[in-house]
Design a protein around this ligand. Structure first.
Ligand SMILES: Nc1ncnc2c1ncn2[C@@H]1O[C@H](COP(=O)(O)OP(=O)(O)OP(=O)(O)O)[C@@H](O)[C@H]1O
Ligand SMILES: [Mg+2]
Length: 136
């Protein structure tokens, strides 16, 4: 379980719901606290929803993650959509190009321990990580 990495295609809201549940279930199985697992699941929902809404479709991969004595979970969202022209704006509350709340990306960032985003006109990749608990 701790070696496996899961990959899924996200193209509609049913996929979003499925990946949210899968990420939460794996987090709990890996030993993440329920509240933290909910936070990671919520961040996953926001990234997955953005794939459908802003890039039409995308891919998500997730699995256990280990780095310098810390164990956690990594979730990555990848797409070949139009990209984000102003990353700083997209990461601040209230910025949306679709008349929505514009709180998804900043919320996702707050809900995880590590947040990386890279975007070009050829697509966007967001990687988030959340630790299981304290250092090993
Ligand atoms: N995967 C993506 N591809 C292209 N643009 C994106 C992507 N994700 C986010 N964006 C851009 O960043 C903006 C901010 O994203 P964010 O998720 O914070 O807000 P939102 O999706 O517009 O609204 P919501 O609050 O419902 O999530 C979006 O309006 C969109 O312009
Ligand atoms: Mg969003």
């Amino acid at each position: 379980l701790s070696q496996r990495r899961f990959e899924v295609v996200i193209s509609n809201l049913a996929d979003v719901d499925q990946v949210r549940r899968s990420v939460r279930a794996l987090a709990v199985e890996l030993g993440m606290a329920p509240y933290a697992s909910d936070e990671l699941a919520l961040a996953t929902t926001e990234l997955a929803t953005n794939l459908v809404r802003h890039a039409l479709r995308g891919w998500m991969s997730f699995g256990a993650y280990e780095s310098v004595g810390r164990a956690g979970m990594e979730v990555q969202a990848l797409d070949e959509g139009p990209g984000i022209s102003d990353l700083a704006a997209a990461l601040s509350d209230g910025y949306s190009t679709t008349g929505s709340l514009g709180s998804g990306l900043p919320a996702a960032q707050r809900l995880v321990d590590e947040f990386e985003i890279a975007s070009t006109p050829a697509g966007t990749r967001v990687t988030v990580r959340k630790w299981l608990s304290a250092r090993l």
